[in-house]
Design a protein around this ligand. Structure first.
Ligand SMILES: Nc1nc2c(c(=O)[nH]1)N[C@H]1C(S)=C(S)[C@@H](COP(=O)(O)OP(=O)(O)OC[C@H]3O[C@@H](n4cnc5c(=O)[nH]c(N)nc54)[C@H](O)[C@@H]3O)O[C@H]1N2
Ligand SMILES: Nc1nc2c(c(=O)[nH]1)N[C@H]1C(S)=C(S)[C@@H](COP(=O)(O)OP(=O)(O)OC[C@H]3O[C@@H](n4cnc5c(=O)[nH]c(N)nc54)[C@H](O)[C@@H]3O)O[C@H]1N2
Ligand code: SF4
Ligand SMILES: [Mo]
Length: 776
């Protein structure tokens, strides 16, 4: 391969497609194409990847910054920044306890080393509080998985491309992807006469347009639909009795809760006819294979955790699990999240609101409540890495106010984000193409993969990678020495004779004498092992070395089956070596479907269907009158954060990356538009209980009457752009209180708003005139 074309991955969504990046002498990404040798994307990319130069060459941070009294920022040296932050952390920890310090973020869609090495800083601060965006979407799922499969970090994948009957609920893979090669896969399912595609969405999405059966559910009413489906299946004996007997316990406990569900009434509440419900249930029961894909539409919506439970019951009681063509548990190279004990079992809770962790994560929705209060145990210091709470967590204004209340606030980012603009210290990170990083969303079965990405760009001067930032902070806090000369020497020897375990033995001896260093092992390995490797900015490799050895102890057979030689430690070394050498990622394990049952974490290897808290919620469903809470003055339901062709979370800040939908229009049904006297590109003001914003409308019957839809990923400040060209910041409208009672995941998909036409003159952007059809 010629020097200016390099392999890496797209970092805009969790699929992390393999890409080939062509660069000119100035490091501009001049062309980006799919990497055919990537194990899952196999050459596929979408339109967003081709624009990655707008991420790499954006207006970047190039110096540590300190906020001055007048609110402006002053450049300071790394040494000063690190020491001041470290001293403040030590002071706060020693005076108020570790629980007065919190950490938010740790990784965006393609960078995870911040989170991994950030754990060392959390150890030094003695805090369990990790707030993350995953806890504003997936924690309800994790909690339910904990009960069904035994651990909150058991996860399943969805065989959308292989199943005969496919059920997509609250997800729009044509735009949002979510699994490899989503567009061609959906197109194939749609066109294949032997397959059925069912899509459940209140909006006629690009995916819904391809459905054989489109169930246009009422916004927020999925729990009624799913309960009616489960009710119909159980009341008509369509459950898979053999599967239930063989693989589950507790069916007799859940059955009565569905036996008496009044199907007609529930169907009506959901907006779907009983005939359609019957048709789909019969289809699922008859199908040889059935797979379910769900996402934010039911996670960031009413009854979110209950939805997670019901969706799982749908494929479990119909026996569509753990086989080819169905949803199936999978292994992970390294678990993305952990398992939190319930408070009754001693799991930590937050100090102000008493919220428990799920998957070892805490929800962004409570963050301002834990900070912006006079409670003596409030959060006083916050470290934010690879996240933009002011823009992407619920209630922008509340998040912004909370930042002001902190005694210490730090942002580690590549850009001057909305959150960075509010904090005491801003630390410039290297971009995801300038350091070693990895794809953590390896969610595949039966063959799973891992992709360690080598740096392909020269870092901007004065930027550091996150592991180095954490190393310096932990050292400056007095927890570790600067360097480890003996271990570094041992590491170099170890690399010459890797199978002799020189480094592990030397490390074990060191830790015997310095037990306090145990919680910083990764940092020690970063300083020793990673530096003994023939690669630059390779901190991630220290983690990969540890993870490789843990992985082979769990999945020796499956790693060997994937073609790696040796056993035990030698197998771990081989895996590590091959991961380091592979530029496009590689298959690291091969399971059989039978072995997927070994991934169930309950001792009896069965799925435990009964979750009393969920069944109680189910029984009370008719009483859950979310609609009744809607103030009369807010007649519209806003989908606050649609995925479109040209949004990519908070990763592209320069609005010029967009080829169309430059302003991020508000979709409105033409009948509603008529009533409000608005036409395409007229400006309106949206008001919710927390704030208001200006946005241009676009008429489309893709949204039903009463529903509006605006994208997230817009409204970021950027040099040379103003309100008219950067779009609107969606979370101005969302509230921290409108969230799931159990997981505290926000109701971003059903925000109550009012709409008013306003006179906001602007020059029409030629580019923005048309929302183009997706480039499929
Ligand atoms: N283009 C693009 N792709 C992305 C991202 C991006 O920013 N841009 N972000 C990535 C990330 S972080 C994530 S988490 C995923 C999210 O991916 P998705 O969840 O697939 O995307 P969304 O558009 O947020 O919401 C999914 C669907 O839920 C529907 N919906 C709204 N309300 C309801 C409801 O009450 N019930 C049901 N059943 N459906 C409802 C919406 O109409 C929408 O079609 O996308 C990833 N991919
Ligand atoms: N209203 C509403 N809000 C939403 C959503 C919605 O649908 N509606 N979706 C939610 C979802 S699902 C998600 S996942 C979140 C996403 O929102 P966030 O979790 O805030 O994360 P990202 O957009 O992934 O990126 C965050 C930051 O990482 C920075 N970054 C990029 N590369 C690097 C790097 O190498 N190092 C460091 N240190 N920083 C880097 C970027 O500049 C950016 O500021 O938004 C959530 N917010
Ligand atoms: S699907 Fe598109 S945005 Fe997601 S990783 Fe692949 S190329 Fe990037
Ligand atoms: Mo997300």
């Amino acid at each position: 391969m010629s020097e200016n074309i390099q392999q890496t991955a797209c970092i805009i969504c969790n699929v992390n497609c393999g890409i080939l990046v062509h660069q000119d002498a100035d490091g501009n990404f001049t062309k980006i194409e799919g990497d055919k040798s990537h194990p899952t994307s196999k050459g596929y990319i979408c339109q967003k990847a081709t624009r990655l130069n707008y991420y790499q060459k954006q207006s970047r941070l190039t110096s540590p910054l300190k906020r001055t009294k007048d609110g402006s920022y002053q450049e300071i040296t790394w040494d000063v920044a690190i020491q001041e932050i470290a001293d403040k952390l030590v002071h706060i920890r020693n005076n108020y306890g570790g629980t007065s310090i919190a950490y938010a973020g740790g990784g965006a869609q393609g960078n995870h080393m911040g989170g991994v090495y950030g754990a060392m800083l959390r150890n030094a601060c003695e805090t369990p509080y990790l707030y993350a965006s995953l806890a504003q979407e997936k924690t309800g799922n994790f909690w339910v998985n904990g009960y069904l499969f035994g651990r909150q970090n058991t996860n399943y994948c969805e065989a959308v491309g292989e199943a005969e009957y496919v059920f997509i609920i609250g997800a729009n893979p044509i735009q949002a992807h979510g699994f490899p090669k989503a567009r061609p896969v959906i197109n194939e399912v749609s066109k294949n006469q032997n397959k059925t595609l069912v899509v459940v969405d209140p909006r006629r999405t690009d995916t819904a347009k391809k459905a054989d059966i489109f169930l246009q559910v009422k916004s927020g009413k999925d729990a009624f639909l799913l309960s009616a489906m489960l009710g119909y299946i159980i009341q008509n004996g369509l459950e898979d009795k053999e599967f239930i007997a063989k693989h589950t316990v507790g069916f007799d406990k859940i059955k009565p809760h569905f036996e008496n569900i009044p199907l007609k009434i529930y169907a009506e509440s959901s907006g779907i006819s009983l005939e359609q419900i019957k048709e789909v249930c019969e289809g699922i029961a008859k199908a040889k294979t059935f797979a379910v894909r769900s996402d934010l539409g039911i996670e960031q919506s009413h009854n979110s955790t209950l939805n997670s439970y019901l969706v799982r019951l749908l494929f479990l009681i119909t026996g569509h699990f753990g086989r080819e063509g169905t949803n199936c548990l999978h292994n992970l190279f390294f678990p993305l999240v952990g398992h939190s004990k319930e408070p009754e079992e001693g799991g930590p809770v937050t100090q102000v609101t008493g919220m428990k962790g799920i998957g070892k994560l805490f929800p962004p929705n409570i963050l301002p409540l834990e900070i912006d209060t006079d409670h003596p145990k409030r959060i006083r210091a916050l470290i934010v890495d690879s996240a933009n709470p002011v823009a992407t967590y619920a209630n922008t204004n509340a998040q912004r106010e909370a930042m002001k209340k902190l005694d210490l606030s730090v942002v580690i980012d590549v850009a001057m984000t909305e959150t960075a603009q509010e904090v005491d210290y801003v630390l410039p990170a290297q971009s995801q193409f300038e350091k070693m990083e990895a794809t953590f969303f390896n969610l595949e079965f039966p063959n799973n993969f891992f992709h360690l990405r080598h740096p392909i760009s020269t870092p901007l001067p004065n930027t550091l990678d996150e592991p180095e930032i954490y190393h310096r902070l932990v050292t400056a806090m007095g927890e570790l020495p600067n360097s480890f000369p003996v271990l570094a020497f041992m590491a170099r020897l170890d690399r010459m004779m890797p199978n002799l375990k020189i480094l592990p033995m030397a490390l074990a001896v060191t830790l015997k004498f310095k037990p306090k260093w145990k919680k910083y092992q990764l940092l020690i390995l970063k300083e020793t092992l990673a530096k003994a490797l023939p690669f630059k900015r390779a901190a991630a490799a220290a983690f990969v070395w540890v993870a490789s050895h843990i992985f082979v102890t769990k999945y020796q057979k499956q790693v060997q089956r994937a073609g790696f030689k040796g056993k035990g430690y030698a197998l771990g070394e081989n895996l590590f070596k091959k991961i380091l050498e592979s530029k496009s990622g590689l298959i690291i394990s091969k399971h059989t479907y039978e072995e997927s049952w070994e991934l169930v974490r309950h001792k009896d290897k069965k799925i435990h269907l009964e979750i009393p808290e969920m069944l109680n919620w189910l029984d009370k469903l008719p009483e859950s009158k979310e609609e009744a809470k809607r103030p009369k003055k807010y007649p519209f339901t806003l989908l606050a954060g649609e995925r479109r062709q040209y949004n990519g979370n908070a990763l592209f800040r320069n609005p010029e990356w967009r080829k169309n939908d430059v302003e991020g229009v508000l979709k409105i049904n033409p009948e509603d538009a008529k009533e409000f006297g608005v036409e395409n590109r007229d400006w309106v003001q949206l008001t919710s209980r927390t704030g208001h914003l200006k946005i241009q409308v676009w008429l489309t019957d893709e949204v039903p009457q009463g529903m509006l839809s605006m994208p997230h990923g817009y409204g970021f400040t950027y040099p040379g752009h103003d309100e008219k060209t950067m779009g609107a910041l969606v979370n101005v409208l969302t509230s921290t209180e409108d969230c799931d009672p159990l997981a505290k995941t926000p109701y971003h998909k059903n925000v109550y708003v009012k709409l008013e036409k306003i006179d906001f003159v602007q020059e029409l952007s030629k580019k923005g005139d048309k929302i183009a059809e997706p480039a499929i």
